[in-house]
Write a protein that binds this ligand. Structure first.
Ligand code: FE
Ligand code: ZN
Length: 515
């Protein structure tokens, strides 16, 4: 008996035994039948074993680590709820950012879990399979922890109750929803690039960080806790995204043009979703962290710029639309909040005009554009509102066929002119907000002619409850759309100044601090 048994394995050996060595070469089924999605996108992978999982984490370590984070997170959420933490918020107005997050982002986390489960099944290499499996679990956990963290607010405030229903129907939520539907209906390689790379790596810092630091600044311990709990997962996801893209670029030179096209597409799609974040940062937070412009300069221009310099070694170019995104930083949030103020009667959260102090802050952050282009607009709205004529737009806007944002963006070099682009496909005309969105459509017209555009659907009569007859003379289209949305007029939407949320918050706070 002279067999040597090695009693202690190093980390790498352990990892290989627990992951790669569980993989096998099939003998009685063909690889093509087992992994049917690996070739049609044109990506070539010659050796899956060359993929190095950057974290080399085993499942047992994963569970231990995540369980520890869950314990801490739920202790904080419970303590916050039990101590009526919602009364320590800067202002209940803040909660509208959380409503936006819950309806726009949380369902995407859940979708992302589905997507990564699919990749875990359909990628061939054991390394990426394990990494995708872990990310799938992370994403499910994110959806759950976000729901749990904000569920306490649903007891006291309006606008939380139908979040899932709203995600599928409400006009502006088709912006994030269509982003993810587009990703989830692409092939496995495009999916991982769109989510792991473009979304997690290039854009997460601009989506997640502003919401979570906004939570911290405005006294929302609950949302802050889920943010911190998710942050270490995000670091893992970003690294996965970058290592996958480098792996694919190293596998075959033919992959470069395909990947470049995806980078162009997904940068622009992701950036358009960030329109909602921009207005959140500049207009919706009672106490602001930094302006959208500053965030774009730090996380977009500096971090993104460094990333693209790094990828330049592989021949990857800065994504199409990058220059326009940099030009829009002075305008994006103002244009977007104007549209929400206009359509505040059809949103599932409250809107308001910025106060004089808010406007001074905006002037200081946007010295070149705010006073010139946007202050006059807000002063006009405020005067109208004071005279009892709070403006609600009763018409519907044209939507971009690709990103589904209303067509309010201006020409990159002329902030006084709305940007319109169009393409004709099979005899029909399609409209776009930008060169980026037109370019995406022109590459995949068969996919994008199928876009479920909320405004078109309303005009086609597809967004009314079944019990109404639109041909009747007393038919109220907007009221019926809201009923179909399950939005309660005046409670879930319209101006914050007149909302039950505002009244209740004030009364409860008085109760908590006086006799
Ligand atoms: Fe996530
Ligand atoms: Zn667009």
């Amino acid at each position: 008996m002279d067999t040597k048994v090695k009693t202690r394995l190093n980390l790498r050996e352990r990892y290989n035994l627990m992951t790669r060595d569980l993989d096998w070469e099939p003998s009685y089924q063909s690889i093509k039948d087992i992994f049917p999605f690996l070739e049609y996108e044109g990506i070539k992978v010659h050796d899956w074993d060359k993929f190095e999982d950057p974290f080399r984490m085993t499942m047992s370590a994963y569970w231990k680590y995540q369980a520890e984070k869950e314990r801490k997170l739920y202790a904080i959420i419970d303590a916050f709820a039990q101590n009526n933490g919602h009364l320590t918020l800067t202002d209940a107005r803040y909660l509208n950012t959380i409503k936006l997050f819950l309806t726009g982002v949380t369902p995407l986390e859940y979708m992302s879990g589905h997507g990564f489960t699919h990749l875990g099944r359909h990628f061939k290499g054991a390394g990426p399979k394990v990494a995708c499996q872990m990310q799938a679990l992370d994403e499910l956990r994110h959806a759950q922890t976000q729901l749990h963290a904000v569920s306490n607010y649903n007891k006291y405030y309006n606008g939380f109750q139908e979040w899932r229903h709203w995600h599928d129907r409400v006009w502006y939520l088709s912006v994030p929803k269509s982003f993810f539907d587009d990703a989830a209906t692409s092939g496995p390689f495009e999916y991982i690039l769109s989510i792991s790379f473009a979304f997690e790596y290039v854009l997460t810092n601009l989506l997640f960080v502003p919401f979570i630091s906004g939570a911290a600044y405005n006294g929302d311990m609950s949302a802050m806790a889920f943010g911190f709990s998710a942050q270490s997962d995000e670091a893992r996801h970003m690294t996965l995204g970058l290592s996958v893209i480098k792996f694919l670029l190293e596998q075959d030179p033919d992959n470069l043009p395909i990947i470049q096209r995806w980078i162009d597409k997904w940068f622009w799609r992701g950036y358009r979703v960030l329109t909602l974040v921009a207005m959140m940062m500049d207009y919706m937070l009672p106490k602001r962290v930094m302006s959208w412009k500053e965030a774009w300069e730090v996380y977009g221009e500096e971090n993104g710029g460094a990333l693209f310099r790094d990828l330049g070694r592989y021949g990857v170019k800065v994504p199409m639309g990058w220059e326009q995104a940099c030009k829009e930083k002075d305008h994006l949030s103002h244009m977007a909040w104007n549209v929400f103020y206009n359509y505040g009667g059809a949103a599932s959260f409250h809107t308001w005009a910025p106060s004089p102090q808010d406007m001074d802050w905006l002037s200081s952050k946007y010295p070149d554009t705010f006073d010139k282009h946007y202050r006059p607009l807000w002063e006009h709205y405020a005067a109208e509102q004071k005279a009892g004529r709070r403006f609600y737009n009763a018409t519907l806007p044209m939507l971009c066929q690709t990103c589904q944002v209303p067509m309010f963006f201006t020409e990159p070099d002329d902030p006084t002119k709305i940007c319109y682009r169009e393409s004709t496909y099979k005899g029909d005309k399609y409209h776009f907000c930008s060169d980026g969105c037109k370019h995406i459509f022109d590459n995949e017209p068969e996919k994008f002619i199928q876009s479920w555009l909320p405004v078109h659907q309303i005009y086609q009569g597809n967004c009314f409850p079944a019990d109404v007859d639109p041909t009747q003379p007393d038919f109220d289209a907007l009221a019926e759309v809201l009923r179909w949305y399950k939005i309660r007029p005046g409670e879930d939407n319209m101006d914050y100044a007149d909302s039950p949320d505002k009244r209740n918050f004030k009364a409860w706070r008085e109760q908590a601090t006086t006799n």
